[in-house]
Write a protein that binds this ligand. Structure first.
Ligand code: AMP
Length: 214
């Protein structure tokens, strides 16, 4: 498995697992959410367009996202594979990705992170993140250090604005409407592997590694 999509609702732990697995296999983790957050922080044209949409829990337009990912996948660090984390998020994005990869470099597998929706609100609202390196913590399962500074680089640990409860509910609704059809899309193409992502981080990680070994 080289070219892999991590698919699932917000809060299922895709990002955490993608970071680990990408490092283990020496491939880039392409997180469209992280790319957009950086653009917002840097105040680029993309960031200015995306900011209000992200704060409201909506989706940035397909055209913008497709162009962004096409450019990113054309970089040479993607030659030996990658993990897409947070893209595609709509059927249009999935279809465009298939088009982009017509050169025989199709997606090998889609790992679906299965978690009951009731658990997700709790999980996301307890998430915290380092403003500098993006490392995630969880006030219940993986609490930040007492001084609230990241153990990796000393950055401040905060709650993302879009991890606050009202926005989380909106994001889950958007996920149900726009992203959940991708489950069937990839299942019909025999690419889907579902894992129970409600288990401990380490157990889920091992389940993913088992899939990579196949
Ligand atoms: P994430 O960190 O993946 O939850 O993404 C944070 C936010 O960035 C989302 O709520 C969207 O507003 C935006 N975003 C990230 N990826 C995409 C995408 N593929 N399509 C549209 N919007 C996206």
């Amino acid at each position: 498995m080289m070219r892999v999509i991590f698919l699932g609702a917000p809060g299922t732990g895709k990002g955490t697992q993608a970071g680990y697995i990408a490092k283990k296999y020496g491939v880039p983790q392409i997180s469209t959410g992280d790319i957009l957050r950086k653009a917002v922080k840097d105040g680029t044209e993309l960031g200015v367009k995306a900011k209000a949409i992200m704060e409201a829990g909506g989706l940035v337009s397909d055209d913008i996202m497709i162009e962004l990912v096409e450019q990113r996948l054309s970089l040479h660090d993607c030659d030996n594979g990658y993990i897409l984390d947070g893209f595609p998020r709509t059927l249009k994005q999935a279809q465009s990705l298939d088009e982009m990869l017509r050169n025989g470099k199709q997606i090998d597998a889609v790992i679906y992170f299965d978690v009951e929706e009731d658990d997700l609100v709790k999980r996301i609202t307890s998430r915290r993140v380092c403003v500098q390196c993006g490392k995630t913590y969880n006030v219940i399962t993986d609490p930040p250090p007492a001084d609230n500074l990241c153990e990796v680089d000393g950055g401040e640990i905060i709650q993302r604005d879009d991890d606050k409860e009202e926005t989380v509910r909106k994001r889950l609704k958007v996920y149900q409407e726009s992203t959940s059809p991708l489950y069937q899309y990839y299942k019909a193409r025999n690419k889907l592997y579902s894992i129970d992502a409600s288990r401990a981080v380490k157990t889920v990680r091992e389940a993913i590694i088992d899939l990579y070994k196949r």
